[in-house]
Write a new protein. Sequence first.
Length: 113
Amino acid sequence: MEQTAKQQAREAVTDLELRFIEAVEHGRLRAELTYEQLGRYLGMSKSQISKRQDGQITYSLRDMHRISQLLGIDPLVMAAGLGTWLNDIQPTEVHHRLSTTTTSTSTSPDNVS
């Protein structure tokens, strides 16, 4: 049976990357974030987030760090896999960090047209 590109991509990523992908997905859902919101926070499109979540593209260390900051969770804890840390995610706080970052990014001198 021939494998799809998605199946081949999944096999290519490491166990650590798979745990982080799973952690991002569960953390994102717990924080009530969409792919669009997460992408905007990371400076990526919804499609780029989707490809990372499908294992077609790996998250950079910088991305991992920024996602963990947004969720308020240590990146090493997230990389260890799912656990009780998911209960520590506070959607209101995550959305506050998201709006603060989005506002400060859009009003910074580097982003003035």
